[in-house]
Design a protein around this ligand. Structure first.
Ligand SMILES: *Cc1c(COP(=O)(O)O)cnc(C)c1O
Length: 476
């Protein structure tokens, strides 16, 4: 018993955060008079009835095993089933979060090696796997930025954010206590070095850039932008959500990035959506490594361990060590494909996207870029004269059996319609999508009512967007 008490004491000391509210007995929290006396009457269907129920629900839903997602990696690219199978192995799902390091060497090794892979993919020097989403990674990166300047007794307030940025970039900046300054992209849809030069001062902490940006265009001046920032002592942050267009081809560390987050759930195979699950590791250059959240995972040549000894750490950003099952899937995905395989993913994603772009720009307006990386953004503004908006086109796509693409983002494209086919779609499936898009453009001109009232082949028709958000009907 004594040994056990000692052990529990150690766990409490090392792993469990101290209680910072008043300790209360459970009776004080619940009115025991409210506890149900008779068992709840739950339906008890037979096995076939139950199966039919769930199969029916799955048929009414849209999923990657049913068809293509026109905004791929961001929403849902194909996630190999083997990643799921391995993440579900008892040895992984049975780990207690407070198990001692000696009993979880395999899990620690997996996380350590995943970190090493991501460092190699990004060309950066140190990493934390703790953040649990891309936006959480952004916040972590910005807190690191703040701590870095504080350690230098500098009080830099400004984060530069291009007008193509994802909404989470300015939101995370404000959350971390910075002031956001928006930078306009040029007519080619990328940042001009002169716009950054003009915006620079000793007050600028960091530029947050997505590369390729959300228009699907590579920021060709990225190395020069990094030089300008560094000459003022500022940092360059890269939002890595679009890594599906870079993996194995270009490394952010090589073009001057100091901090970058990954969206493991987007690039490295985790089905996500509706709020989770995600993982947003953050890699940094060597001068920022001591600011990472503790603990990081280290290897001393014999065993893997949680290293809590980081001089300038911003502290924990996650309970325990983040979204472990997402890390397992990312690890399996990377090991499965290897370096060459990841490079092929990038190539195929970019080829597929350019094939769609070439065919669709004949029928839809393409405001930026002649070609693209892994995605591109069309505008539905040409259909306004027929009373049709991009939202109508997206809804009509549902009738053709496709998931709706992302619409009205990025904000610099009016009536934006964003398309990213991803690497796994065959030419046949891309041709099917092209045909649907061409049909819809013809319908929009000839039978606009059909498009305006779409969808009509889905379990529910056109919904009132405000009402569905305010009066969620989960019983339907
Ligand atoms: C998805 C995305 C984010 C946010 O990532 P989450 O994992 O959803 O929090 C940030 N930036 C860009 C460009 C994205 O596509």
């Amino acid at each position: 018993m004594e040994l056990l008490d000692k052990y529990i004491g150690k766990i409490k000391k090392d792993y469990i955060a101290k209680l910072d509210v008043e300790e209360k007995p459970i009776e004080a929290l619940f009115d025991l008079g409210e506890v149900r006396e008779k068992p709840l009457l739950l339906p008890s269907p037979s096995e076939p009835e139950l199966m039919r129920h769930f199969v029916k629900l799955s048929e009414e839903n849209y999923h990657i095993d049913k068809g293509m997602y026109p905004l791929g990696s961001c929403t849902m690219k194909y996630n190999p089933k083997v990643c799921e199978d391995i993440a579900r192995l008892p040895g992984f799902i049975g780990i207690h979060p407070e198990a001692p390091e000696s009993q979880i060497q395999g899990a620690l090794q997996l996380m350590y090696e995943l970190g090493e892979f991501l460092k190699e993919i990004s060309g950066l020097d140190a990493i934390t796997l703790q953040p649990e989403a891309g936006a959480h990674g952004e916040l972590t990166g910005l807190l690191i930025t703040r701590a870095y300047f504080k350690s230098r007794n500098e009080d830099r307030k400004i984060v530069l954010v291009p007008d193509t940025a994802h909404g989470t970039n300015p939101a995370s900046s404000s959350r971390a206590g910075f002031v956001v300054e928006k930078i306009k992209s040029n007519l080619d849809g990328i940042l001009e070095p002169d716009s950054i030069r003009e915006a620079m001062s000793e007050d600028v902490a960091v530029l947050m850039i997505t590369n390729p940006n959300t228009l699907g265009i590579f920021e060709t001046h990225i190395a020069e932008l990094a030089e300008i920032l560094h000459s003022y002592g500022a940092l360059l942050y890269m939002d890595g959500a679009n890594l599906n267009a870079l993996m194995g081809k270009a490394r952010s560390g090589d073009f001057g990035v100091d901090i970058m987050h990954f969206n493991l759930h987007k690039t490295f195979s985790t089905p996500h959506g509706g709020g989770g699950p995600g993982s947003g590791p953050v890699a940094v250059c060597s001068k920022l490594s001591s600011f990472l959240p503790v603990p990081i995972i280290d290897f001393d040549g014999e065993k893997y361990y949680f290293n809590r000894d980081l001089q300038n750490s911003i502290g924990r950003v996650s309970a325990f060590y983040g979204a472990f099952s997402v890390m397992v899937k990312a690890y399996v995905y990377i090991r499965l494909l290897g370096g060459e395989g990841l490079e092929e993913v990038t190539e195929q994603a970019v080829i597929n996207s350019n094939y769609l772009l070439t065919k669709l720009k004949e029928v839809y307006n393409l405001p930026y870029g002649k070609n693209c990386m892994h995605e591109f953004v069309l505008s539905g503004s040409d259909f306004k004269e027929f009373g049709i908006r991009t939202l109508d086109i997206a809804k009509r796509l549902l009738d053709y059996g496709y998931h709706a693409p992302t619409v009205y983002f990025p904000l610099i494209v009016p009536e934006a319609l964003m398309i990213e086919p991803t690497e796994t779609e065959s030419k046949e499936s891309l041709d099917g999508f092209i045909e649907a898009m061409i049909n819809i453009s013809n319908e929009a001109k000839k039978y606009p009512d059909k498009v305006k009232h779409a969808p009509s082949n889905t379990p529910v028709g056109r919904l009132d967007e405000v009402k569905v958000n305010r009066e969620l009907n989960v019983r339907w």
